[in-house]
Structure formats: C-alpha cells, structure tokens
Design a protein around this ligand. Structure first.
Ligand code: PLP
Length: 702
C-alpha cells in the first residue's frame, strides 16, 4: 500500500534536488568554509549564496542571518540574547522593576521552555506569562497592548504548528508600538507559506527550521535584526562571524539552498491558490467521510496546508489507528501517549470543549504535494469513513447495521475490566462489573450490536456499579426496565443459572456465603470455562483454594482489574505479583531473528490484533519469500479471551505471530498467550510499519 504522508507540519521529505545538492557537497565540494584554500573558498561561496537567497526571501536585507541546527537552537539563542541584555540593563540600574516575559499561549513548547530555562539560569526570576488567545487561536491584542509597557521580551509565532492559525503580526507590531520589549517571532511554520517582511515589521529575532520545508533535519537559520542584542549560545572557532561556533553543516546548507532556490523560482511548490484548493478537497472528503466532523480552527484563518479537526464520539487514537491502517500518516492534534491521549494544550488555550481538545487530529500536507496525491488521499479518507460505517462505529449508523460479535468482549478503563457476554443467536447479553468509566465503550458496542441486556452482575458490592445504571439505561433503555428482581450483586432472585443460548452462566458464591462477593462462571458447549473472578476474590490464598475446588484446572480466570494486561490466568499459573513484568522484551520478534531462527514449517498463525475497522483497510506483514501463514485471524484485544482457548490447543512448535500498528497491542497479546502456556507466541517488533515491504525511495532527479 502506498504511504501517503500528511504530516508536513511535523517534518517533510527532502526534495530530490536538495538531496542531490547535499550529496554533491559530501562527495565533492566538502571543504570547510573556514579554510582559506580553494576547497574552503568554494564551500564559503556556496554558503554565502544560500544566505543571500534567504535574505531576499525573508525580506531581511540587513541584520544577521546565521545558520543553526534548527529552530530549537535558534529560539534558545534568541532568548539567551534578549535576556542577557535585559539582565545587563537591570544590573546597570536602567531597569528598576522586574519585566514580563510574554509568550503566546499556543506557542511551540520550545519557546516557553527556553524562557523559563534562561530566566532561571540567568538569575532573573521574572514573571513568565502566556498571552491569551481567543477561540480562533488569535492573540488577545488588547491584553497584549495593556501588558506591553511592562514587557521585556514578547514571543509570538507566525503560524501555529497544530492548528495552522496564522498570527496577526501587524496587529502585534502595533500593540507593541510604544513598548521597548524585544520581539521574537517563531517563523518555522511560515517559511515558504507566508510573506514575512522581517525587517519591515521590525522583528528582532526569527528562527527557522529546514526540515519543515523539504530540507534535511539538522539545518536551520536565525535572523537577528540590526541592533538587536546578541549573545552566542556556543563559542569556539569564531564561525558564522562568531555568532555561532562550530564547523557549518555545509551539506545541510546546500540542501536548504536548493529549497530556497525552488521557492524563489516558483517552479516546485504550489502557489497559495492551489494549496487552498487542495485543502478544500481534503476538507470535503473529511466532512463526507465523518458526518458531524468539526474543524478546530476556521480554515480561512489558517495556513492553506493545515486542517485540525475532531469527530464527535471518535477518539483521536481511534482515528489515528484508522488513518494509519489506510496508509495515511497524520498526527494527533495532541501528544498521544500509548495509553491515553493528552488533550492538546493549544486547543485548550483556545477554550475549545474538552472532547474536542482530546479528540483532535491534524492533517498537514506539503507545498510540493501533487494534485494526484491529494486526490488519492481523499479516496483513502473516504475509505476510512466507509470502514467505520461498515463496522457500525459511526454515531449516525442505522440501528439495523448490526455486526457479528464474539462471545466475550472486554472493556478496560484505567485498568478496571468490565466483561460483556453475548449470545449472538438470540442477541442477548450479560454485563459483569460495568463502571461509569466503561459507559462510552458499552454504548458504542450496543450501537453496533443491538442486544437485549438480561443481567448486570457485580463480583463485589461497589457504589460505582450503581452509578453506572444511568448510563446503561441510556444504552439499553428497554432492557434495564425489564431486569426484574435481583440480589445486591445483580443475580436474578431464585435463578440457578443464566442461560445465554448454548452458553450458561453460574454463580460461585464465596465460601463464607457472603452476599458481598461472588465469581461467575461461563460454561461453553466445548467444556471451556471462563471465570469472572473480580478483584477481591484473587487477593487471598483462601479464595484460590475455593476456586480450585470449583473449577477445572484449565479454566481461564478473568480479573476485575488488569493494569499489567494479563488478560487471564489459570489456577495452574496463578497470578504472582513479582512476576508481572517477567520476560518483557524477548517476545518482540525482529525481522532478522525471524529469518535466522524460524523454520518455515510449521507455518505460522498470523493474528491481527487491530480493531476490525483497521483490519478491513488492509496491511499484512510480509514474512518473506516462501512463508505462507496457514491462517490469518483478526482478533482485536477486546475479543482476545474468545480465541485464547483455541490457541492454547495448538502444537507447541506453531509460531503465533501477533501484529498491530506499532507493536504495543500485539506485545500484550503475545505476553498473555505465553503466560498461559503457549511459549511460541511473538509480537512483530515495531508493528506493521517495519514488516511491510519497503517502497524504494523516490528517484534522485532534477
Ligand atoms: N517551532 C515550531 C512552530 C515548530 O513547529 C517546531 C517543530 O516542531 C519547532 C519550533 C522546533 O523546530 P526544530 O525541530 O527545528 O528544533
């Protein structure tokens, strides 16, 4: 599957001509620009050519323009320069009061972090304040005007990396008109997309980064206005007119020079009108694919290459996995950790509703992307919407759109496990230990599967169980009213068992006959037993003894809490807290190890643990020539419990290879299967990205 990269605000590929220029420098014109012989002079000439080109493009005829490693370095240098000068003035008695150090609330973290770092390190300890933004991400200019007289340094980005919102630099300039504050404009996302007129606007410092505009990582620039204070971050051999010591990254400079040449020539990058048309097509595809989608910033106020959006009812993580399965590389508008998406501080600063800040997705394309690529991206976006619809995950999906379900579905929220046992034939289900935090997952399941709820069981008496009743009533309005009379743990009064088609659930009351705790056993026609044992039951040896008497040795015990993602254990392998993280990484299978160590027979069983809507979009690991898995199964983590008994019956030498997008989910599945006894369980290291056939890099051509 072709990879369509739509994350240009994070980084971009290197233009073919920029790669050629870098290679030429590495191979031929490799001189040190500080050398005075011919090789050095050639390198210096090239460097100065690039600098001149940058000055023309940035409207920066005067002042200093030095090459850096990237924008973070430029920001550090600018902040250090400004604060060193302010400290000098304070020490000379020219400043009596502490001054304010201001930064836009939506600024890239590099800016406030640099402010705090140098403020402390230089011993200023002045107040560092965020300039508020409105709900469209625009700076509050009235607030800024009011604070400007007390400000020592003001930092405002030219365009935001998450939302693409373009700042009103002229408005900011006007708000600072009567202030002596120094002004830093992080221009990273604006390069090549907006005219900057650095000198005309009297911007003091403007950092840039090459890798956001088709140059390699490790090269950037810092503009410093004529007369603006300067303190080098690094001193040494006096390179860059002593502004920035260290031998210059001449290959990076040459590559950046080619990008700037292309910008000047206008022969490589699409113009604003074309970019806006591209964005319009993508926006249309998104709104068609995901009804109800909201853009988190008005496109008219944003860079023409960025769309930041959220879809009600669909977590950002879900959308990222979905897009990734379709070969579309986008990013969370927020920083996503493996377990939980952190809400975006940028969107929070804009005061967007909490769901919108934590469900945000950013799509950003490059100015060199072709119309054909945008068209293919639109088709994939529509396929993503279709896959969600086909799997009943769209809030507006018709009720008749019911999906097949496994016998047991597990929902996890903050480690707490809720189980749903479903009889797909009669469309009846039983819930065990639902908490309010599971409500959304349960509602989503019910939207897809449309079952009648016949019991809500608890393994212990907990107030939260009662609290989830309201949410369950919303998801199962008729069933909840018809539940009839039950005991305090939800068991139907007088019943010996709950029948669910071919399956039945029995209750194991605790040995003391206490009405406060119970375990439940699901009996299947295959003689498998799954026991829902809750949290307290497993805590003491007495309980284990009791379960040993009541259950078959191979019965899978399902916990009420599972922070360590064990999924299940058996009485033969009881939970040993000390062994929780045993054999951590040995289960990650690298390509190299697979080829070196594994015989081609017996054929492996391949298990995709991604969600079905991801699986449907394709992507299968390439195990190499001659390896044909005898079976490919789609078993998302929530349904793992249904497949475990069959996998445990496999011959010991059958490799079970789990895969997912990144290797996280598959590692959980492999670990669970190993712990339960099938040692030949593996997680494909690095996920699908490292196991699909690699496309050759685009050809180097001019
Ligand atoms: N500022 C903005 C707005 C950015 O988007 C980035 C990169 O993510 C940076 C600064 C840091 O740039 P660099 O990676 O060159 O250090």
């Amino acid at each position: 599957m072709e990879e369509i990269y739509l994350d240009a605000n994070a980084t971009t590929p290197v233009l073919p001509q920029a790669r050629l220029a870098a290679l030429a420098v590495m191979g031929e014109a490799f001189g040190n620009p500080s050398s005075i012989h011919g090789s050095g002079l050639k390198a210096r000439a090239l460097m100065e050519q690039v600098r001149d080109r940058a000055r023309r493009l940035l409207g920066a005829a005067g002042g200093q323009l030095c090459f850096t490693s990237g924008a973070t370095e430029g920001i550090q240098t600018a902040v250090l320069s400004a604060l060193t000068e302010l400290r000098r003035r304070r020490d000379a008695g020219e400043i009596q009061q502490p001054l304010l150090l201001l930064y836009g609330a939506t600024e890239h973290k590099a800016v406030p972090e640099a402010l705090r770092h140098w403020n402390d390190l230089l011993g200023l300890h002045w107040p560092v304040r965020a300039i508020p933004v409105d709900h469209q991400g625009q700076h509050d200019l009235a607030w800024l005007r009011q604070q400007a007289p007390q400000a020592g340094l003001v930092c405002t980005m030219a365009a935001n990396n998450e939302t693409g919102v373009v700042s009103d630099l002229d408005g900011i300039r006007a708000a600072l008109a009567d202030s002596s504050a120094l002004w830093l404009v992080d221009s990273v996302q604006a390069l090549g997309k907006l005219p900057l007129h650095l000198a005309e606007r009297r911007i003091d410092y403007a950092p840039f980064s090459g890798h956001k505009l088709y140059a390699p990582k490790g090269i950037g620039m810092l503009y410093v206005r004529e007369g603006a204070p300067f303190t080098p971050l690094m001193t040494g051999g006096g390179q860059e007119g002593a502004l920035r010591a260290g031998t210059e990254n001449i290959a990076g400079i040459a590559a950046l020079g080619e990008v700037l040449r292309a910008l000047e020539a206008g022969d490589t990058f699409a113009n604003q009108e074309t970019l806006r048309a591209h964005r319009e097509r993508l926006a249309r595809a998104l709104t068609e694919a995901f009804p109800g989608l909201l853009f988190n910033a008005p496109p008219s106020l944003c860079l023409p290459t960025t769309l930041n959006f959220a879809v009600p009812g669909l977590a950002s993580r879900l959308l990222l996995d979905l897009f990734d399965a379709a070969g579309l590389r986008v990013s969370g508008g927020s920083a996503c950790s493996a377990a939980k998406a952190q809400p975006s501080y940028v969107l929070e600063a804009m005061n967007l509703p909490a769901w919108q800040s934590s469900a945000a997705v950013r799509l950003s394309f490059g100015a060199a992307d072709s119309s054909e690529l945008i068209e293919r991206a639109c088709a994939r976006i529509r396929a993503c919407g279709d896959s969600l619809r086909a799997h009943g995950l769209m809030a507006h999906a018709p009720a008749s759109n019911t999906m097949p379900t496994g016998l047991v579905t597990r929902f996890v929220a903050d480690g707490a496990c809720c189980y749903l046992v479903a009889d797909a034939t009669h469309r009846h289900c039983v819930l065990i230990d639902p908490l309010p935090s599971h409500a959304e997952q349960i509602t989503q399941w019910q939207r897809r599967h449309q079952h009648t709820l016949v019991a809500v069981l608890a393994t212990t008496r907990r107030t939260e169980h009662a609290a989830s009743a309201a949410a369950l009533s919303a998801a199962f309005p008729e069933s909840m009213q018809a539940l009839g009379s039950v005991d305090p743990l939800g068991w139907p009064q007088g019943a010996q068992q709950i029948e669910l088609g071919q399956h039945r659930i029995t209750r194991l009351a605790s040995p003391e006959g206490s009405a406060d705790a119970a375990a439940y056993v699901l009996h299947t026609p295959d003689q498998d037993q799954l026991a829902f044992v809750g949290t307290s039951v497993m805590a003491d040896a007495g309980s284990l003894h009791w379960l040993t008497q009541a259950l078959a040795p191979h019965a899978l015990l399902l916990p009420g809490h599972d922070d360590a993602q064990h999924f299940a254990w058996t009485l033969g392998q009881p939970l040993r807290p000390k062994a929780r993280h045993a054999e951590p990484e040995a289960l990650a299978l690298s390509r190299e190890r697979w080829h070196l160590q594994f015989p081609t027979s017996p054929a492996p069983l391949l298990v995709d643990v991604r969600e079905p809507y991801e699986h449907a979009l394709g992507g299968r690991p390439d195990l190499g020539p001659g390896v044909h898995p005898n079976n490919v199964q789609s078993v998302p983590l929530g349904s793992l419990l249904n497949a475990l008994p069959a996998w445990l019956q496999l011959e010991a030498d059958t490799p079970v290879l789990f895969y997912c997008r990144s290797g996280n989910r598959s590692a959980q599945a492999a670990r669970a299967l190993r712990r339960l006894g099938h040692a030949n369980a593996w997680s494909l290291e690095g996920g699908l990205a490292l196991w699909t056939a690699q496309a050759a890099p685009p050809a180097l051509s001019r």
